[in-house]
Design a protein around this ligand. Structure first.
Ligand SMILES: C[S@@+](CC[C@H](N)C(=O)[O-])C[C@H]1O[C@@H](n2cnc3c(N)ncnc32)[C@H](O)[C@@H]1O
Length: 227
């Protein structure tokens, strides 16, 4: 029998996949740890996800990578939104489904096994794309951005967060320790800088690109241009 490693690939349900949602769901523990390690406020995740709750019934949302289903915290039970939760790991999609169950939103969530670099959706098919803590994990963050913008409807928003490989100075150099630990645990990909992400978003056809660094985490937001 194959025993999953405690840390390691996402398909093997790494330890981090269990710790991360726990920190978000228990801010008394998560907030100080997040502040110490990443210099930012963990509650920003909930604030960003709450945008999903502002959408009208029938709106289509893509959450990639769905992971432990953190974005589902933004869904309002009974809101009639159609959220597609995509991830490359079947084990992580099981976690997404469990989160949907806990939150009472299973009727609004469909899970899809997919590689973000080859999304199985037509162009212009979503009213919102969210991607929380994903870009730093993806093997090809540039291809991921191009695909996420491709499937977005013109005039609609892409929003997300990621660890960026920026040129941190002074005390902020401690984020490099977080990156090193992530690489050791095999949960980080090649990563990119916030400037690269902004350039790739614009190159993919997004406008009004905003990218705000908050400690070691960058929050990005852009609107797909009308053709
Ligand atoms: C930090 S975790 C999940 C983040 C998720 N948004 C959450 O908040 O729980 C990163 C996720 O990226 C997924 N992933 C890694 N490479 C991927 C790829 N090429 N396409 C889609 N998902 C991928 C992993 O399986 C993992 O679930």
């Amino acid at each position: 029998m194959r025993v999953p490693r405690a840390v390691g690939e996402w398909s093997e349900d790494p330890l981090w996949a269990r710790i991360y949602p726990h920190l978000v769901e228990h801010p008394a523990l998560g907030a100080p740890l997040w502040r110490l390690g990443l210099g930012t406020d963990i509650s920003r995740l909930d604030a960003a996800a709450s945008e999903i709750g502002d959408l009208p019934a029938g709106a289509r949302v893509l959450d990639v990578p769905a992971g432990s289903g953190i974005a589902l915290r933004g869904l309002r039970p009974g809101a009639g939104v159609d959220l597609v939760a995509a991830d490359i790991s079947p084990r992580m999609l099981e976690r997404t489904s469990a989160a949907a169950e806990r939150l009472g939103v299973t009727d609004q969530v469909t899970t899809t096994l997919a590689d973000v670099a080859r999304l199985p959706f037509p162009d212009d098919s979503f009213d919102l794309v969210v991607s929380f803590t994903g870009l730093h994990v993806f093997p090809d963050p540039h291809a991921a951005i191009e695909e996420m913008v491709r499937v977005l409807r013109p005039g609609a928003t892409i929003s997300g967060s990621a660890l960026f490989d920026d040129d941190f100075r002074g005390l902020a150099r401690r984020y490099r320790l977080v990156h090193a630990a992530g690489r050791l645990g095999q949960v980080l990909g090649p990563m990119c800088s916030s400037a690269e992400a902004a350039t790739w978003l614009a190159g993919a056809g997004a406008r009004d690109v905003r990218l705000e660094m908050s400690g070691g985490i960058g929050w990005f937001r852009a609107v797909k241009g009308l053709r």
